[in-house]
Design a protein around this ligand. Structure first.
Ligand code: NAD
Length: 429
């Protein structure tokens, strides 16, 4: 989907030139935006980014504060730094008057979300959290059918997030989101997309939530007796489903998988280079010998004020593929798999299939089913026109869905049902 062309091309600064940030910058540039500055602490990544986008030395910063605390140098900033940086950087950027595309999660605590909202609203800047699922052609198709009343009133929903076995091992056992104390719980760092998506599709916020789930498999107790701590030296690596050696060597030669996940492990594109990186980096560790605590399966039950209910399942033990959803309404039911939506009409007793017009893969490297492109386009349109309504959600909407995440996490830990307040006011910050 192309951008609306009537406005001037915005200029964009980037904070965090990693997998997401580089992807956003390339997408924005492809849509005519000018990339005018970067803040990235890794020297090589910063230099590579500056070269790719033709930035002068004084446009490339090692410290994000040096970019964000100085006078504004662009219309917009994309913040794609690690989760714990989001709140402070977004507050600084809002105060300088930048329009902000902030990667999810918006912040790691409710208090920090409130600080971001206050800064964004006081500055009156365009703001979006990277809830890419809202923007996919698939979601637009599915929501369009619901809004058109094709299945009547929604009564219940069943939604599955198939994380993918090697993706779980990469990001949530060996990688950056493996520990709650370094990022957040899985429901926030991964499935905040799904909770946000369910609320978007249902058109309401849940009133009560409950949740169960745990880290069941990627633990020392499940380590085979003969396994070693690193895949490259492990005698049973070849028969292990979670072999880092297999997982990352298979990326070589595939530009999509070389970009992600391989670029998080090494920039070397040779077999010897990948094996060397696996000897040294956390990504070569045995999945049963890591310092991880992220859950590998979780369910959330949600009850909405209308009385409708939804169940959400996140599990590691799948292929990495699109989310699967079944929605049951008073006049029909539908089933969506990211590629098509099948509607069964109770009056005619007939099914019809609606194919998504343009198909994309489900992973981050594939651009999240077309969501990355569409989010960037919507954001650039909002920046160019100063009109937030190009975006599917604002800062308060993101806080509302993050609140559901925190309530569900609290319910999971305490074995209780959490009730969410009707009043979604932002606490003072
Ligand atoms: N929307 C989505 O679907 C989605 C998918 C994956 C990741 N994410 C989120 O995007 C963000 C980035 O994830 P990623 O996968 O690109 O990780 P990454 O590690 O590839 O990129 C993060 C980059 O930020 C840099 N960085 C570290 N500290 C910084 C600081 N203080 N200031 C500026 N930059 C700093 C790192 O050096 C790195 O280059 C995370 O918050 C993550 O949760 C969102």
């Amino acid at each position: 989907m192309g951008r609306t062309k009537e406005h001037h091309a915005p200029s964009v600064a980037l904070v965090g030139a990693g997998v997401r940030g580089l992807g956003y910058a390339r997408r924005a540039a492809a849509q005519g935006a000018r990339i005018v500055a970067v803040a990235e602490p890794r020297t090589q990544a910063r230099a590579d980014f500056a070269t790719e986008f033709g930035l002068a030395p004084d446009q490339a910063f090692a410290d994000a504060a040096d970019l964000l605390a100085a006078a504004r140098v662009a219309d917009a900033v994309v913040i794609a730094s690690p989760d714990p940086c989001h709140a402070d950087q977004a507050v600084l950027a809002a105060r300088q008057g930048y329009a902000i595309l902030l990667e999810k999660p918006m912040a790691l605590t409710e208090e920090d979300c409130a600080r971001v909202i206050t800064a964004v609203e006081q500055a009156g800047v365009v703001f979006a959290v990277g809830h890419v699922l809202r923007y996919t052609p698939y979601t637009r198709l599915l929501k369009g059918l619901l809004d058109a009343g094709r299945i009547g009133t929604i009564v219940s929903v069943e939604h599955l997030e198939p994380v993918g076995w090697w993706h779980q091992a990469h990001s949530y056992v060996r990688g950056n989101w493996r520990r709650e104390d370094q990022s957040g719980p899985m429901l926030l760092t991964k499935s905040c997309h799904d909770i946000d998506w369910l609320m978007h599709v249902m058109g309401e916020s849940p009133a009560r939530v409950a949740s169960f789930g745990s880290l069941s498999h990627f633990t020392a107790a499940n380590k085979p007796a003969t396994a070693t701590d690193t895949c490259v030296t492990c005698p049973i690596e070849q028969s292990c489903a979670f072999s880092a050696k297999r997982s990352y060597l298979q990326c070589l030669g595939d530009p999509v998988r070389e970009y992600w996940p391989l670029s998080m492990v090494t920039s070397d594109r040779t077999e010897a280079g990948v094996l060397e990186a696996l000897r040294e980096s956390p990504y070569g560790r045995c999945v049963y010998s890591c310092d991880n605590d992220a859950v590998d399966h979780q369910v959330v039950a949600l009850e909405f004020p209308s009385g409708s209910t939804a169940s959400f399942t996140m599990t590691a033990f799948t292929e990495l593929t699109h989310r699967k959803t079944r929605i049951f309404g008073t006049l029909g039911c539908l089933e969506g798999d990211g590629e098509a939506v099948r509607v069964h009409d109770f009056v005619t007793d007939r099914s019809e299939e609606h194919r998504v017009p343009s198909l994309h893969g489900a992973s981050a490297a594939d651009g999240h089913g077309g969501g990355d492109d569409a989010l960037v386009n919507a954001f650039l349109d909002a920046v160019a026109s100063g009109d937030q309504s190009h975006l599917s959600s604002d800062a308060r909407t993101s806080l509302a869905s993050h609140r559901v995440v925190w309530a569900a996490e609290s319910a999971r830990r305490t074995g209780t049902v959490a009730t969410l307040p009707h009043d979604l006011d932002v606490p003072p910050s």
